[in-house]
Design a protein around this ligand. Structure first.
Ligand SMILES: *[C@@H]1O[C@H](CO)[C@@H](O)[C@H](O)[C@H]1NC(C)=O
Length: 638
């Protein structure tokens, strides 16, 4: 570290200011304009606008403790004195005294006279006001902050908010000081190797209705509506990537326009297709894929009186499907008998989206009439709960998160901004308990939720950006993670079962991206160093959601099921929680790297950006950093 600093300040006089209570060190360059708080290693910096002629530290008792101010210096410039405040960002700053930031500090009454000291005396400073025997005073009351000159906006705006406690403090303490963080915030989306792509797709119908995800996927195959008359559907085998032949492909001829389509979660061959003739056709793709065009559906489900909006398979019971329609009803179908088994009412307008609760008991809907609803279809045809939904009328989707405790609705606000709303699943009527605005764009964000990591991945047909959030069952509810951008606007992103994730690459989700002419797998990876170990903090046992937990008739007669769970740990891998602990390793480049044939200015700029780059990692430690040195190339550079 000393090498680092001497490089940076080789040309300047440096004034060190040290606060013993926090371990914060500020180094001020005399002529140039850099102030740097340090702790052990370089933590953060502050660039001031004007040249510094001198700096001095304000006594600790003058600090505004209620604003979590831990240090203040006065900077002397050519024409003024600028107070610069260092504050630790805290949630309840202003309302609570943050004791951990303020160990008792030394008092201001002399402990002894010069004569006493000369005679060999050693005494500690006492607190004069209290006259107590302790050598320090607590700062637990708001100090005379009114006496403090107000901070100039130009100095505060450039101030760093980074501040870290001593490395000996636990990662948890760091987290509490930095606010909640997500271990997925550096998640990286990446299109997989070209060898895995299916290319030369032609004639896709890229104008599917807003309620449709655009296409659907399972472990084995992909179904995409084609823009050929007669509601044709292309079926593409995942086991046969590569360039499709120019010759016409075998298709499913649905005979009417396709409005929505969905693979049976428990049968990779069975595809349900909703048509604009109010019927649902269920198709059986033969083993190995389509060899010839299919014209005869396995079953036709009839009952709706108008066009269908969307269909959704039940997550636990086999052969149970729900559909919503322009006739404003929601119907449940038993595919084994081919019959309608429930008819739900209560919608006043277009049903934008439907979602089954993870326990398979409840069905949530979000509707253009401005309501979110929850049905208990076996108990009542009317909703059991209703609450205010998004105001915007462009479209919406819903997904259950946090073990079914919350309902996440992606929709639009009254200004057509895309917003995520979070509802407590047992009190829809109280409205959203949290929300987060995303951006302004016309198409509805389609959410995918991974219950194992509580990560929600959202994107819309026609977008390039894929938004990622970690969801929490308490404040702050959403933490935004880094996003992924597809190389060009995509036509849809659909996810595969968790078993498709390569755990050796720490993939937590794998989806297929549909473009105008290709299908490309995209993996979402968590950057980790010790990838030879199984990252068991990321991979909790996952639900076997590709096997039914019960039959439709068992569910209809009141039974409930649960998916069994499996570990994704390969036999030859050791959990990272059992990995031998090592001291964190940090690599710094030798100064010589920076000092070849460059001007002073260049050297300084490079050093500064190198240090700032380090900071990107430092001020935001990942939980795994407590036992892992993270390589530079593990991070996405923004
Ligand atoms: C694509 O599908 C939609 C919805 O069924 C339909 O309205 C539209 O006509 C289709 N487009 C083409 C070009 O076939």
């Amino acid at each position: 570290m000393s090498l680092f600093l001497s490089c940076l300040f080789a040309f300047r006089m440096v004034i060190p200011l040290f606060d013993d209570d926090t371990g914060l060190l500020i180094l001020a360059g005399m002529v140039r304009h850099r102030l740097m708080p340090l702790y052990d290693v370089f933590l953060s910096h502050c660039l001031t606008d004007t040249a510094t002629r001198g700096v001095a530290m304000v006594p600790k008792v003058a600090l505004d403790v209620m604003s979590c101010e831990v240090m203040r210096v006065l900077q002397l410039t050519d024409s003024c004195i600028v107070p610069i405040s260092y504050q630790v960002p805290r949630k309840h700053s202003g309302q609570e005294f943050h004791e951990d930031l303020y160990p008792d500090t030394v008092g201001t009454t002399p402990a002894m006279s010069a004569e006493e000291w000369w005679k060999g005396g050693n005494k500690q400073v006492k607190d004069p006001a209290r006259g107590c025997s302790t050598s320090s005073i607590p700062l637990s009351t708001p100090s005379s902050s009114s006496a403090v000159p107000s901070r100039s906006p130009s100095s505060t705006s450039g101030l760093s908010s980074g501040f870290l406690p001593s490395p000996s403090q636990s990662a948890k303490a760091i987290q509490s000081m930095m606010g909640p963080t997500s271990k997925f915030r550096h998640i990286q989306g990446a299109v997989m190797h070209r060898d895995t792509h299916i290319t030369n797709l032609r004639g896709l119908n890229l104008t599917t209705p807003g309620e449709c995800d655009g296409f659907c996927v399972n472990r084995q195959r992909v179904a995409v509506p084609l823009a050929i008359s007669g509601g044709q559907i292309g079926i593409f085998e995942r086991s046969q990537p590569g360039r499709l032949p120019e010759t016409a492909l075998s298709t499913i001829q649905n005979s009417v326009n396709v409005v929505d389509l969905s693979w049976d979660p428990f049968d990779t061959h069975r595809l349900a297709v909703a048509g604009d003739d109010a019927k649902i056709r269920v198709w059986q793709v033969p083993e190995g894929g389509l060899k010839e065009t299919l014209t005869e559906p396995e079953v036709i489900l009839q009952g709706h009186t108008e066009k269908i909006y969307s269909i959704k398979f039940h997550p636990l019971a086999s052969g149970l499907l729900v559909s919503s329609s322009y006739d404003l009803t929601v119907r449940l179908w038993n595919l084994e008998s081919g019959e309608q088994v429930k008819l739900l009412t209560g919608h006043q307008d277009q049903v934008f989206g439907m979602a089954w609760s993870p326990d398979g008991k409840l069905l949530a809907t979000v509707c253009k009439d401005g309501k979110v609803r929850i049905y208990d279809p076996r108990k009542s045809t009317a909703p059991v709960q209703e609450g205010p939904g998004p105001e915007g009328q462009r479209g919406a989707r819903a997904v259950w998160v946090c073990e079914g405790k919350y309902l996440l609705v992606s929709g639009f606000d009254s200004r057509s901004e895309r917003v995520l709303y979070l509802y407590s699943a047992d009190s829809l009527s109280s409205g959203a308990i949290a929300s987060t605005s995303i951006d302004i764009s016309p198409s509805t964000l389609i959410p995918f939720y991974d219950p194992d990591t509580s990560v929600v991945i959202l994107t819309a047909k026609g977008d390039t950006r894929v938004h990622i959030y970690e969801m929490f069952p308490q404040d702050p509810y959403f933490i935004e993670c880094s996003s992924f951008n597809s190389p060009e606007p995509h036509k849809g992103l659909a996810f595969l079962p968790k078993t498709e994730c390569n755990v050796r690459d720490v993939e937590i989700a794998v989806g297929l991206l549909l473009t105008k002419t290709t299908i490309e797998p995209v993996a979402f990876r968590v950057p980790r160093v010790k990838k030879e170990f199984f990252q068991d903090d990321v991979y909790t046992d996952t639900a076997v959601c590709w096997e039914p937990a019960l039959t439709a008739s068992a569910w209809l007669s009141g039974s409930n099921g649960q998916h069994k769970k499996i570990s994704l740990k390969p036999k030859d891998m050791t959990p990272v929680s059992e990995a031998p602990k090592e001291a964190p390793v940090r690599k710094y480049l030798p100064s010589s790297v920076y000092l070849e044939e460059k001007t002073d200015e260049q050297k300084k700029e490079e050093l500064l950006s190198a240090m700032v780059a380090k900071l990107g990692n430092m001020d935001d430690p990942l939980p795994q950093e407590s036992f892992e040195g993270v390589d530079e190339d593990e991070w996405v550079s923004e």
